[in-house]
Design a protein around this ligand. Structure first.
Ligand code: FAD
Length: 310
């Protein structure tokens, strides 16, 4: 029985989470297969095959899978799932959309948002917005698990795994991809960025996000993040929201600017290695988790910090 990893990709480009899942999968000491579903997958398949620890990359390619829909991918996983004892995906919007459906089709429970694998089938996962960590054990014959990928090291590359093409099943036809809107940005991808500069409602406007926060992010070559309050106020786009209902980040450096530190926000950044907080309220909750805290008005401190950086 092997481990199957559902790979997240943008057809040509593999997401870094795949290498993190491969390293997490080593604890089962079983053969690791990577599944890619999409169209025009050659480049992504090569990247997956190069990850150390991968025995086989399986590609299911078709025009109707160019924008893989959860129903179609779940059906593909369910079709091959009984040959595996473990099925893994990243705990991203992609994985969270697909794996519960696959688990239901396979008639097993799924374990979500795992941050630590204590032993095969014994997992640690946050509950109550990350205030408590529960250790759970699954007795199902097939373990279906989403992992918080950033908690696991990246597997190295240099491998040359076999790449196999599987026949695509017809589209389920239950849903249809119509369109998607993406914000174009030259910044690093938020979920895997090593530095994140993040702003709160206190920025006051979208213009201030651009004129106060963006120059600091530019200097640090960092991703830009925001609280939900900032997003709801229209100061920042929805796709940069960090937190319980946004993206989960775990950068080397997280700079929280004018952010109170509500638990729903910190749930999305508490794995950051170093946290810097700038807030004019010395009692702000964010200081409790900050490695470095600056009690200051952000409109003075951030431009000064930006100017001081080379
Ligand atoms: P505030 O709480 O208003 O804090 C602003 C901070 O800025 C304050 O600490 C203040 O002292 C400081 N400040 C003000 N002016 C200045 C200045 N000039 N200089 C320096 N500091 C200044 N939130 C998320 O972020 N992500 C989520 O995913 C998320 N999901 C949620 C899910 C649910 C179900 C619920 C109920 C809430 C969720 N929230 C989420 C909202 C969350 O509870 C908080 O309301 C939100 O994080 C607060 O955002 P904020 O820190 O920008 O604003």
């Amino acid at each position: 029985m092997n481990v199957l990893i559902l790979a997240e990709h943008e057809n040509q480009k593999l997401k870094p989470s795949v290498a993190q899942l491969v390293s997490a999968a080593q604890c089962w000491k079983q053969t690791v297969h990577v599944l890619l579903v999409g169209n025009d997958l050659a480049a992504a398949a090569q990247s997956a095959a190069a990850i150390t620890g991968v025995a086989c990359v399986m590609c299911v390619e078709a025009l109707h899978l160019q924008h893989p829909l959860a129903e179609d991918v779940a059906n593909i996983i369910a079709g091959m799932g009984r040959e595996y004892s473990v099925i893994l995906a990243a705990h991203s919007a992609f994985g969270r959309n697909i794996l519960p459906r696959a688990a239901a089709l396979l008639d097993v429970a799924m374990v979500s948002n795992v941050v630590e694998i204590q032993a095969p089938a014994t997992y640690v996962r946050p509950i109550y917005v990350g205030n408590v960590f529960a250790t759970v054990r699954s007795n199902d014959p097939i373990q279906v698990v989403t992992l918080r990928a950033s908690r696991f090291d990246m597997a190295s590359t240099g491998n040359n795994a076999e790449i196999v093409n599987l026949a695509p099943p017809p589209a389920s036809g239950k849903t249809r991809w119509l369109s998607e809107m993406r914000n174009q940005s030259d910044r690093p991808e938020l979920g895997s960025a090593s530095v994140v500069v993040s702003g709160g409602r206190s920025l006051g406007s979208a213009e201030n996000f651009e004129s106060v926060l963006a120059p600091l992010a530019d200097k640090l070559h960092s991703a830009l993040g925001a609280t939900r309050s900032a997003v709801d106020a229209g100061f920042a786009p929805n796709d940069i929201q960090i937190g319980q209902t946004g993206t989960v980040v775990a950068p080397e450096l997280y700079i929280a600017v004018g952010i109170s530190g509500a638990v729903q926000h910190t749930a999305g950044m508490q794995d950051s290695k170093i946290v810097v907080a700038i807030n004019h309220d010395p009692d702000a909750t964010i200081f409790q988790m900050a490695d470095y805290g600056l009690v200051a008005d952000l409109f003075e401190a951030v431009p000064a910090l930006t100017a001081a950086l080379p």
